[in-house]
Design a binder for this molecule. Structure first.
Ligand SMILES: [Zn+2]
Ligand SMILES: [Zn+2]
Length: 345
């Protein structure tokens, strides 16, 4: 059994030829296995979709009830046979329902990571490293400059600013799926008990997390609140809303943005962010390299982001490695901002 029978890279995305399916395809296909519900991975229009129940729920919330011909839910750790390939979804620690997808046949094992992080997150199941022959890793933050640090320290910075400016609202830009709910949970872990205000675009996904049993404390919709309530308040909104008309309703707001990209100072300045918070739902450079080593894989394929540096790191360690260069990932969520030339070396 060759690894190429289990996984090949095609323009439509990662394909499993013997199983007759794709993983996170970027074009409509007959049979898709979906790692998580971010829009660049979970596209509408496939025939049959296999994913965790949470991912399927989130896809329906985001893309509508009829976003796929049929949907089948799989639990973490449950193995299903798809075209003679044993398929198992394991937690990826990225957002609620996110999974790595493990493919096995004739004693050979391939793991497609999807997006992942190997740090604690109170809003989703923790990442599990899986021993495999071929590991297909994302590389959104695949440069040594990206070291995310401790999210609790970033939340402490936000709370210090709130204490320092009790008359001002703090507007925090967050991605709607995953980051919004994690920032709220981190604030609660830090002992912040006041109501947290939400932009309407974050409401449905956040309510889904609450229905799934994740305690986020008291939440209020910003549009229902009196202007006087915003003094000293924390308001979460999509990143684009921080500088839009929407934000003008707040008294002299402090603008903030929670993202792994905030490690790059120029990027925070460019966005006119007063208070950059380095909080990411992707593994940083140390997380990526530690995870690759943990899998024990002799071969590594790198996709979704800064592929070349990680490929080089693998090759230096004697691993077979190559970039996949699949076009179409990173269109909406945290992976949406290519590092480009402005990232420091
Ligand atoms: Zn993602
Ligand atoms: Zn992604």
């Amino acid at each position: 059994m060759r690894l190429e029978d289990l996984a090949v890279s095609t323009p439509a995305g990662l394909c499993c030829p013997v199983g007759g399916f794709y993983i996170d395809p970027v074009r409509p296909v007959d049979k898709a296995l979906i790692t998580h519900a971010h829009s660049d991975h979970a596209r509408p229009g496939h025939g049959a979709v296999l994913a965790t129940r949470e991912t399927l729920d989130l896809m329906r919330l985001r893309c509508g009830e009829d976003c796929a011909g049929s949907m089948q839910a799989v639990a973490y750790g449950e193995t299903v046979q798809v075209g003679g390939v044993a398929v198992t979804f394991r937690p990826a620690g990225h957002v609620l329902g996110s999974a790595q997808i493990c493919l096995e046949r004739n004693g050979r094992r391939v793991v497609a990571s999807g997006d992942y992080k190997n740090v604690a997150d109170p809003t989703c199941a923790p990442f599990e490293p899986i021993a495999c022959d071929l590991f297909i890793s994302e590389a959104t933050f695949g440069l040594p400059v990206f070291r995310h640090g401790d999210p609790a320290g970033e939340i402490a910075k936000l709370l210090q600013s709130v204490a320092l400016f009790p008359e001002r609202a703090h507007l925090v830009g967050v991605y709607a799926l995953g980051k919004a709910q994690r920032v709220i949970a981190l604030l609660r872990q830090a002992g912040y008990t006041r109501p947290i205000y939400l932009h309407g675009a974050l409401d449905a996904l956040t309510r889904y997390y609450v229905r799934e049993g994740i305690d986020l404390g008291e939440l209020r919709l910003a549009r229902d609140a009196q202007k006087s309530e915003f003094a000293g308040a924390i308001v979460l909104c999509p990143p684009s809303a921080v500088k839009e008309l929407w934000s003008r309703r707040f008294p002299d707001p402090v603008t903030s943005f929670a993202s792994g990209w905030m490690r790059v100072r120029a990027r925070a300045r460019q966005r006119q962010i007063d208070l950059p918070l380095v909080i990411s739902d992707h593994a940083d450079w140390d997380g990526l390299t530690a995870t690759i080593a943990q899998t024990g894989a002799g071969e590594v394929w790198v996709t979704h982001g800064e592929e070349d540096a990680l490929v080089h790191w693998c090759q230096q360690r004697g691993l077979k490695a190559r970039p996949l260069r699949i076009v179409g990932y990173g269109d909406e969520e945290e992976g949406s901002e290519p590092v480009g030339s402005e990232a420091p070396a």
